[in-house]
Every structure is written in structure tokens, then in C-alpha cells.
Design a binder for this molecule. Structure first.
Ligand code: MIC
Ligand code: SF4
Length: 640
């Protein structure tokens, strides 16, 4: 049978299950990546498994998120990750070496291989023809220990690209178009596979922009074929030996298809506060901006930065705008420094930040009160930038740079005629001296644990009944940023769940943690797509620490649902969505005969406050049923 590219890679890595959409399958993982804000938990969990050395072909630990170091916490985390990596066979990418996804694409991505990363934007390496998937830290820990990664076999969506991008239209506009079409809920349990003659007009980093922001669809991943453009990129990275041609079979069957004519795309923008609120830039042209931020794992490649430098050359940015630029990696920054592009940026008044996530995750550069920030990033959830009242718009680097000069959101008519055709250089500045190799034999390596590194919470085995007060009732599309906020004040405590949990849901209800403690935990009621966005397991660990037993939602986002199950929190879906209306905050919920009901995957929930019963479903695999009964994945591994 003719297979899609994603199906071919899955087939080559299949260790469990049948490749039928909706079935649970297990795949072998070749490579893993972690970053520091999810990495500490992932490595604590890996250590708890008692495995000496990772079993993957390659595992890399990056430090790119927590880099402000306004106290010892960040540096302590870095040291823990560096030593744990040295001991257990993991490469360590030092702070300053770059954003995990950019560096992984440059230095480690391999067409046809699988990559599992404890970050939702791991699909960036789909631009290389890799099957690259984001997951919670515990799933990545299991993969490092040699275990399979389990997913629902996705449906494969075909995005056929026709034609070629016109001047001023970019890869960012391609993914914004896809987001407009499918929305942030539209990609759950789907893989987006790009094909068509338009593919060859896109370089690997451009493809990476598209697969990166495919995360915002809630998709399992996105993927491009590997071809002569892939080889061109790998050669320039001195890695042509890693090239393998990967493409779908002729006649491959897809579950859905959309066609995008690249010739017709125009610059687009995602309006506050959702990446799928996409309109043409012309609709908001002229809006005054206070901040422009260029970078992030979506748009910080060498070509993106060169375009920005060419646009800024000879100009001064508008007096009311603060422009910050973070090149994606040491490689990119080195090249900008040696070819004079950096001087053009600085000359125009840009503030150059180190190569890392920075403002994208609210680590500094919070906009002013009611500020308008134009960013080349992938997420504009309310408050994520560090300022609740700010409006964040997502655009391409081109629109961002021209707007920084003008002081307002600029459209094509405001653009000058500058050289925006940046080819992949013959060779990139390759110098991997900030990637530390693991010890041959890690026996004698001592792991350094600072006082900020606290043990992670563990659940108990499931009892015969559960329940509690409804601690919070939230609407559709609640992000993991809203469940467990991250900003410059909180990110240093990613290894300290007791402290972090005091801020759980704080954007929505400052008293959530108090209510949870006073009532010995309880239940969360939610709308559709609960837990979209970041892969942070902390959005399950903090509720677990506070005693949350179950979440009853209209539907769940993929990674968060797995994180809940991995930690023994029951994710129930309303059989009848209207029941959502009949539950209020502080109602008392009881679930009896729990073990039987969980086995049957149909759970009746009783509301003691208003004497109503609701039917709910557990759409999970038999493996996950067991996990819930054991009280989470680690308990299950330990018992077995
Ligand atoms: C994000 O972009 O939200 C993050 C920060 O990279 C997260 C990971 C985290 O919360 O640490 C992600 O995308 O998974
Ligand atoms: Fe870092 Fe932002 Fe990318 Fe997340 S989305 S990995 S915070 S740059």
C-alpha cells in the first residue's frame, strides 16, 4: 500500500499497535531533546528509573529558557542538568549556544529519524524530514530509558503547496494561513504533511518555521519531505553524510487535503490573544506599536536575521519603539557578527539579546502597560509576555523590521525595496565548542543539586471513590500558560513544584491554590481544547500537588491530556457537552465505583450539590487505564 511520509517513518519505528487512525501505537525514539524549564523534572524522573546511560542514538539537553539568573535558581538548574547529562550519556548545549529547536535543526536533525522533545515546538525538525514530536518530560524520560513513545495513530493531513512565495510573503504567512483554516483546535491527533511543487522553493529553515508553528494547531507534528534543499542545508552544516531522501509514496492516501497557492499569500498577522486570530496585515496597518521583538524558535534563522539587518541598514528605529532582537543560535550570531549584519542592527538602534527564548516566554522585555508588541514568535496568549494589559501581534520578521522603523504596523506599501533574497550560505559557521560531550563512563560523575531542586510530587493508587469540590470552572482553549503561568518571576522555580503551585491558575483566580488546600484538592471543569499550548508537565504536576483528582472537560489538547494521565489525574470528557452548564464552582462532585467505571471507560459523575448526574467518557487506551489505576506512569513502572 502506498504510504504517506509520516506513515513510512512511523512504520519503520513501530514497536506496538496497529497503524489505524485512533489506535494507540508505540514508536521507537532515535533522538531526544530537553530544554531547561522542562528538563529538570524530566531528568529527576529519568533518575527515578535507575537507568545508567540513555538508550537513544542521541540525546541532547539544552539551556535556553531560564537565562536571566536574577538569583541562584537558574544557575543551579543549569548545573544540575549539566552534571546529570555528563553522567548519563547526554550531550549538553550550554546557555548561549542557542534555542534548542534552532540548534537541533542545525546540528543534529536527521531525515527519517524520530525525535521526542520536552517542548511543544519540537516539530521544528519536521522541516528536515524528521518525525519530531513534543511531549511531557516524563514521556521523554521514558524514551531516554529506551521505552517506546505511545501516541494515538494520527490522521495525516496533506497541505499541498503550489507556486512560489512572492516578495514580502514568507514562511510565517504560510503557517498563519494554515492556522486560519484549521484553528488552534483543528490539529489534534493529526500530522500535517507538506507536499507539492511549492516545497522546493522553501529552504530548510523556512520549512522549520512552518513545522514549528504547526504546534499551535495542536497537531501531533508537521513534516516536509527531504530533497535537494535538505541536502544543500546539511552540506552547509558539514553534515551531508546525514542526508537520506524521504518522501511519500506515489498515490499515498491522506485523510484531508488543503491546497495553498504561495503566489497568492500576502503578509498576515495573528491578533491578540490567539495564534489563530489571523487577518491580512492590511487590516491593522497603521496601529502604533511600542515594542518589536524579533527572534524565537519560529523566526531566528540566519536568513531571517539577514533580512532584518538589510531592512534596518541605514535607518533609525522609531523613537517610540523598543526593538529587541535575539538571534537563534551561536552559529547565527557568529555569522551576523562576522559579516557586519550585527553592526547594521545595532546601528539602527536594536537591542541585541543573547541567543535564547528570552521575551517569548516572558523572561524579560515585558511591554509597557497597555503596550502594543509586534513579535515574530509563535504564541500571543494573554499575559505570556509578562504584561497582562499588553496586546501581542504575531508577524513575519519582514513586517516586524519595517514596523520598527515606521512606529506602526506596516504593510507592503510602507516597505522599501531592499534585498530580501537570502540564500543558504555555502557553509555555516560550524563550531560546536559549546556542546559538552557526556562522559564515556559516568560512574564517577557527581550530580550537583542546588537547594531549589525539590522532589516531584507523586500520586497514590486509585481508590474506590474520588471527588471533591469544583475548584475552578474555565472556558474553551485554556492554555497551559493559564494553568501554570511562566514569567521572569516564576520560571526560576520550575524545579520547585511546592512553590510554583501557589501560582497555579493565578491569572484566572488568585485564590485557586488556597481553595485547593482548604478543600483537600478537588475537581477542575473545563471547556474545549483544555491544556493547549506548551508541553509543560508543571500544568499537571502543580494541580497534582494541590490534590486535583480529575478534570472534566469538553475536550483536551494532546500533550496535556497525556501529562494528566502520566501523573494519575483522570481526564474525563462530557458525553453531553450541555452538562458543562449545569456545574458551578464549589459544587461537590462524587465518583463512586471508580475502578470499575475507569475500566469500562464510562464514568458517571454525581453532583451532590444539585443532585444531578453526568455521563462522561475516558477516551484512553488500556495502557493508560492501567496507568491511572497505579496513580501514574512512574508508579506503574516501579510496580512492574
Ligand atoms: C513555550 O513556548 O511555551 C515553552 C516555554 O517553550 C514550553 C515549554 C515550557 O513550558 O517550559 C513549550 O512550548 O512546551
Ligand atoms: Fe523558547 Fe518561545 Fe520557542 Fe518556547 S516558543 S521554545 S519559549 S522560543
Amino acid at each position: 500500500m502506498a504510504l504517506t511520509l509520516a506513515e513510512k517513518i512511523i512504520k519503520n519505528h513501530l514497536v506496538d499497535g496497529e497503524m489505524k487512525p485512533g489506535n494507540e501505537i508505540g514508536i521507537r525514539i532515535d533522538q531526544t531533546l530537553t530544554q531547561d524549564s522542562t528538563g529538570t523534572m524530566a531528568y529527576l524522573q529519568f533518575e527515578a528509573m535507575g537507568v545508567d546511560k540513555v538508550k537513544t542514538k542521541r540525546s541532547v539537553a539544552y539551556v535556553d529558557h531560564n537565562m536571566l539568573q536574577s538569583g541562584p535558581e537558574n544557575a543551579d538548574d543549569h548545573l544540575y542538568i549539566q552534571t546529570v547529562a555528563k553522567k548519563h550519556g547526554i550531550y549538553f548545549s550550554k546557555p548561549g549556544n542557542g534555542i534548542c529547536h534552532q540548534v537541533h535543526l542545525e546540528r543534529f536533525s536527521v531525515p527519517g529519524d524520530t525525535l521526542l522533545g520536552s517542548d511543544s515546538h519540537t516539530p521544528t525538525c519536521g522541516g528536515m524530514g524528521m518525525l519530531a514530536i513534543g511531549a511531557g518530560g516524563l514521556d521523554v524520560a521514558v524514551a531516554m530509558a529506551g521505552g517506546a513513545y505511545n501516541i494515538t495513530m494520527p490522521r495525516i493531513v496533506n497541505v499541498e503547496l503550489k507556486g512560489e512565495l512572492k516578495k514580502f510573503s514568507t514562511a510565517k504567512d504560510v503557517i498563519l494561513e494554515v492556522l486560519k483554516h484549521f484553528t488552534v483546535k483543528g490539529g489534534v491527533n493529526k500530522i500535517f504533511e507538506y507536499t507539492g511543487e511549492g516545497v522546493k522553493s522553501l529552504s530548510v529553515p523556512e520549512r522549520g518555521t512552518i513545522t514549528n508553528m504547526g504546534a499551535e494547531l495542536g497537531a501531533t507534528t508537521s513534516i516536509f519531505p527531504s530533497d535537494e534543499r535538505t541536502l544543500e542545508f546539511l552540506k552547509a552544516q558539514g553534515r551531508e553524510d546525514d542526508y537520506v531522501e524521504m518522501k511519500p509514496d506515489k498515490g499515498a492516501v491522506y485523510s484531508e487535503k488543503i491546497v495553498i497557492d504561495l503566489n497568492l499569500l500576502r503578509p498576515s498577522v495573528a491578533l491578540p490573544h490567539s495564534p489563530d486570530a489571523v487577518v491580512p496585515v492590511s487590516q491593522v496597518r497603521g496601529k502604533k506599536v511600542t515594542q518589536v521583538a524579533i527572534g524565537s524558535c519560529t523566526n531566528s534563522s540566519y536568513a531571517d536575521m539577514m533580512k532584518v539587518a538589510n531592512i534596518l541598514e541605514g535607518h533609525t528605529i522609531h523613537e517610540n519603539v523598543s526593538l529587541v532582537i535575539s538571534p537563534g543560535s551561536k552559529q547565527v550570531l557568529t555569522m551576523l557578527a562576522s559579516n557586519g549584519a550585527l553592526a547594521k542592527m545595532i546601528g539602527a538602534g536594536a537591542r541585541i539579546l543573547e541567543s535564547g527564548c528570552g521575551p517569548c516566554i516572558g523572561m524579560g522585555q515585558a511591554p509597557s502597560t497597555n503596550g502594543v508588541s509586534l513579535r515574530t514568535f509563535n504564541r500571543n496568549f494573554k499575559g505570556r509576555c509578562g504584561t497582562d494589559s499588553a496586546d501581542v501581534y504575531l508577524v513575519s520578521p519582514e513586517v516586524a523590521a519595517f514596523s520598527a522603523i515606521k512606529g506602526f504596523i506596516a504593510d507592503v506599501d510602507d516597505f522599501e525595496n531592499v534585498d530580501l533574497k537570502i540564500n543558504i550560505p555555502e557553509s555555516f559557521a560550524v563550531k560546536d565548542n559549546m556542546i559538552v560531550s557526556p562522559a564515556e563512563d559516568g560512574k564517577d560523575v557527581e550530580i550537583v543539586r542546588g537547594p531549589n531542586i525539590k522532589p516531584f510530587p507523586k500520586n497514590k493508587k486509585m481508590g474506590s471513590t474520588t471527588g471533591g469540590k469544583v475548584l475552578i470552572k474555565v472556558a474553551d482553549d485554556i492554555t497551559t500558560d493559564a494553568i501554570m503561568p511562566s514569567n521572569a518571576k516564576l520560571l526560576p522555580y520550575r524545579s520547585n513544584i511546592p512553590y510554583l503551585s501557589e501560582f497555579c491558575f493565578s491569572q484566572i483566580d488568585k485564590n485557586f491554590h488556597k481553595k485547593a488546600k482548604e478543600n483537600n484538592g478537588g475537581i477542575i471543569i473545563a471547556g474545549k481544547n483544555y491544556g493547549q499550548g506548551s508541553s509543560r508537565e508543571h500544568a499537571a504536576l502543580a494541580p497534582l500537588y494541590l490534590g486535583v483528582k480529575a478534570v472534566i472537560a469538553k475536550s483536551f489538547a494532546r500533550i496535556h491530556k497525556s501529562n494528566l494521565i502520566n501523573n494519575g489525574i483522570i481526564p474525563l470528557t462530557f458525553s453531553n457537552e450541555d452538562d458543562y452548564e449545569n456545574i458551578d464552582e464549589m459544587d461537590e462532585i462524587v465518583i463512586n465505583d471508580l475502578l470499575n467505571q475507569v475500566h469500562n471507560k464510562k464514568v458517571t459523575v454525581f453532583n451532590k450539590t444539585n443532585n444531578n448526574s453526568y455521563e462522561t467518557e475516558l477516551t484512553i487506551s488500556p495502557r493508560q487505564v492501567e496507568m491511572l489505576i497505579y496513580g501514574g506512569l512512574l508508579n506503574k513502572i516501579r510496580e512492574e
